[in-house]
Design a protein around this ligand. Structure first.
Ligand code: ATP
Ligand code: MG
Length: 355
């Protein structure tokens, strides 16, 4: 899959832009604060459904305006697909191939992208929530049933937590309702955990090979899912710890507590990996995510790499820049230098203008 054109109006520091991309490596280069990341953020909206920097729609409108629109045309499955997003008068309008789309979930999966953003080092450095979020976003783009199961789970979790909170504060508990929520949650947990475990096994194989190449054979990656289990396992946990859950006022077991551990040469990467090793690990996971997506869907997703090369030594840089093959990569850099003969398309970014 590759993007052919992207348009933005009144988005962040962009007044109006229409940018053509080509397959292979596209370089966005320019000084700090010119609009490189803003563009990736706009593009990634179509993969994720919202800003990856957590901005609200009103924050995304260019200062002094209250409307913005984005449109992305990509080539996928042998045809062109155009996705549109418009925010005006406090409401959102989504379009797929010109037709309005009401639900966000109907937008997800048509355009698939893998994003590397410097903050994503949190994937290794941060808490378990970062890794669950990574899994949820990666798998949701490939599997609409996973996304559906996840949103049912989140509703059940919110309801169950509200019940436990009431029990904690008011001492009143509707046990039948709680049992119904627990059963529903256990069903979703077993489904979600099984999909995650399968995904992780696949991801580990791909990312391990990539890290091996990236580190010239020095580093070995292992991924481990902790938690998990059958519906009965989850149900047992959810029913046997009621007193503790009431004391805590929230659900203590479920896929919202499960973890994907990352080991580097058999030790916990979070505690021991160096800065460059963490970056390499995250890159291997992101590139691996792309390989899994290609195996599942037949096409590579688009790779959006924000400032990916800093902190990497020569060997690792060369690996990233070597042969994009069928992949479309859109990467940002403050410098044009170092991309000679690599980028098929160079876009100079200056004050929200792309040339
Ligand atoms: P760096 O190399 O430092 O990462 P960048 O080119 O990636 O820079 P961006 O993150 O794209 O920079 O941001 C460019 C500018 O956009 C920032 O100066 C920011 O203040 C501005 N900006 C962000 N939101 C808005 C908005 N809603 N309206 C106008 N300008 C905005
Ligand atoms: Mg930036």
């Amino acid at each position: 899959m590759h993007i052919t054109n992207f348009q933005a109006q009144n988005y962040r520091n962009v007044a109006t832009a229409s940018i053509d991309f080509c397959p292979g490596v596209n370089l966005l280069w320019g000084d700090n604060a010119q609009g490189k990341t803003n563009l990736l953020e706009g593009i990634y909206t179509f993969a994720r459904g919202k800003s990856f920097r957590g901005a609200s729609d009103s924050e995304l409108c260019r200062f002094g305006t209250d409307t913005y629109s984005l449109s992305l045309t990509c080539h996928t499955g042998g045809r062109a697909v155009t996705l549109g997003y418009r925010y005006a008068g406090g409401t959102r309008e989504r379009r797929l191939g010109g037709a309005p789309v009401s639900r966000l979930s109907e937008m997800i999966g048509h355009f698939r992208a893998v994003l590397f953003y410097p903050d994503h080092l949190q994937l290794v450095k941060g808490g378990p929530g970062e890794r669950r979020l990574f899994l949820n976003i990666a798998i949701s783009q490939l599997d609409p049933l996973y996304l559906a199961s996840l949103s049912r789970f989140e509703k059940l979790l919110a309801n169950r937590n509200a019940l436990l909170k009431d029990a904690q504060r008011l001492g009143f508990l509707d046990r039948d309702l709680l049992a119904a929520y627990s059963e529903g949650m256990a069903t979703e947990c077993a489904t979600i955990a099984a999909v995650r475990e399968k995904y992780i096994a696949f991801l580990e194989r791909e990312s391990e090979a990539l890290l091996h190449a990236l580190s010239s054979g020095r580093e070995r990656l292992t991924l481990r899912y902790t938690g998990g289990g059958s519906k009965e396992d989850y149900e047992k946990k959810l029913t046997s710890s009621l007193d503790r859950e009431i004391a805590a006022g929230c659900s203590l077991f479920g896929v919202h507590r499960d973890e994907m551990e990352i080991l580097l040469n058999d030790i916990d990467a979070r505690a021991y990996a160096s800065q460059g090793q963490k970056r390499s690990l995250v890159l291997s996971l992101k590139l691996g995510e792309g390989e899994v997506a290609r195996a599942r869907s037949g096409e590579y997703p688009v790779f959006l790499f924000d400032d990916v090369l800093s902190e990497l030594d020569e060997g690792r840089r060369a690996f990233i820049l070597s042969d994009a093959g069928e992949r479309q990569v859109i990467m940002t850099s403050c410098e044009r230098r170092g991309f000679e003969g690599v980028a098929a398309n160079e876009i100079c970014v200056k004050d929200g203008v792309y040339e």
